[in-house]
Design a protein around this ligand. Structure first.
Ligand SMILES: *Cc1c(COP(=O)(O)O)cnc(C)c1O
Length: 402
């Protein structure tokens, strides 16, 4: 028997009024007047790119995450590519990563002609499972790329230990996890290289942009060259020291972050603390209000402070037998911009065709994928937005709960 005190309301998907009048996205940037002024000032300056704002952003970012070096890139994907290059990944090498991520995490391995190898995720955090990862290590493995899914740090101690034992490079995809902590340490200061993204849905945005942090001076040097055509000294250094001579020492790309974007990044970084606090508050409110809705809410391990990039819930099909697709469409009809993170990488046609994946290879990942829905989570949400999401989720789930 259904045990609920809420009466069944007409769902929007069945022609009833939506829980909210206008669509709410799952993630969105917040831009204030100070951000706009910072960009305008840079537009009026001498340097639109390779100028002082890039250095200033990198220094502020490194200080914020507790790393010695931060090297900016034109996107998180370019930053991943840089890290894969700096790790020395090349044809014949393997790198192990999570199938439950954005495709770029594995694509960066392919950019280097190396082979991405997947291992299944843990059922609680949906982060790469260190034991499964250990089981996939071969003599060809050169790197591991754990992903901080949703903003919950991966089990970094386990990966650093595996790296010591097998001489691997740990590239942490922390695109979800700026500002998170693992065992009292800041993400960005733990792995050999940590990669961040400044896409508009992330905690800090530069429009497009990315960063690699590291304590290793050689990695930092290689990353700087790689993003600048493989050239050993950058334009402004040459200009300020009056030199014309430069040398291209490796095959790099133009992956530079412009000063216009860096200026926005500096201004955005000032608000990171506030943004993290707001996201934490929203997560707490969701947890309080969405318990008992037939959803498995995100689990947080005791030794981490997550950054709450996403709020991914899993449909408990023993309580909501209609399944993910129906709940998803019903919430979209209520004007709640839900999303799914992620279609497992190995199930994309490109990966299926190239590597022969058929589905069934990573059961925990695939089962989670079938149940996952990300409900809106961004620091710019008002209290009313949060209550709209809660109202809609309760309305829809209670309609279908058994
Ligand atoms: C956003 C994201 C990326 C890529 O970042 P872009 O800046 O969009 O290139 C990579 N990995 C994960 C997990 C991401 O969320």
């Amino acid at each position: 028997m259904r045990v609920t005190t809420e009466k069944r309301e007409a769902l929007a998907i069945e022609g009833g009024p939506p829980a909210r009048k206008t669509p709410l996205p799952y993630g969105h940037q917040s831009i204030d007047e100070a951000d706009i002024q910072a960009v305008v000032e840079t537009l009026r300056s001498d340097w639109l790119t390779t100028g002082p704002k890039v250095d200033e952003f990198e220094e502020a970012f490194a200080a914020r995450v507790g790393a010695k070096y931060a090297v900016s890139f034109s996107s998180g994907t370019a930053a991943l590519h840089g890290a894969a290059f700096a790790a020395g990944l090349t044809a014949g090498d393997e790198a192990i990563t999570s199938p439950l991520s954005f495709a770029a995490t594995a694509n960066c391995v392919l950019y280097q002609q190396a082979t991405p190898v997947f291992a299944d995720v843990c059922a609680d955090t949906l982060n790469l499972d260190p034991d499964a990862c250990a089981g996939r290590i071969t003599s060809r493995t050169r790197a591991v790329l754990p992903v901080d899914y949703g903003g919950h740090p991966a089990d970094l101690d386990a990966y650093m230990q595996l790296a010591d034992q097998h001489r691997l490079v740990v590239i942490e995809d922390a695109c979800h996890a700026l500002g998170s902590q693992y065992k009292g340490r800041r993400v960005g200061s733990i792995a050999h290289m940590t990669v961040f993204s400044f896409h508009p849905v992330k905690h800090v945005t530069t429009g497009e942009g990315g960063m690699v942090t590291t304590d290793d001076g050689r990695f930092a040097e290689t990353l700087r060259r790689f993003r600048n055509h493989g050239i050993s000294a950058e334009a402004r250094q040459r200009q300020s020291s009056g030199q014309w001579f430069y040398e291209m020492v490796l095959l790099g790309f133009n992956y530079r972050l412009p000063d216009i974007a860096a200026a926005l990044g500096i201004s955005q970084l000032h608000k990171l603390e506030m943004n993290l606090a707001r996201r934490k508050k929203i997560a707490e409110r969701y947890e309080e209000a969405l318990t008992g809705c037939g959803l498995r809410l995100p689990q947080v391990r005791d030794d981490v402070i997550p950054a709450w990039h996403l709020y991914p819930v899993r449909i408990d099909t023993s309580k909501l037998p209609v399944g993910r697709e129906t709940i998803f469409r019903a919430l979209r009809a209520e004007n709640i911009g839900v999303n799914v993170h992620y279609i497992p990488i190995h199930l994309h046609p490109y990966y299926r065709d190239r590597f022969g994946f058929k589905g069934g290879e990573y059961p925990t990942t695939e089962r989670a994928y079938e149940q996952l829905i990300s409900i809106p989570m961004f620091h710019g949400m008002t209290d009313e937005d949060v209550e709209d999401v809660i109202g809609a989720v309760r309305k829809v789930t209670h309609h279908y709960l058994i």
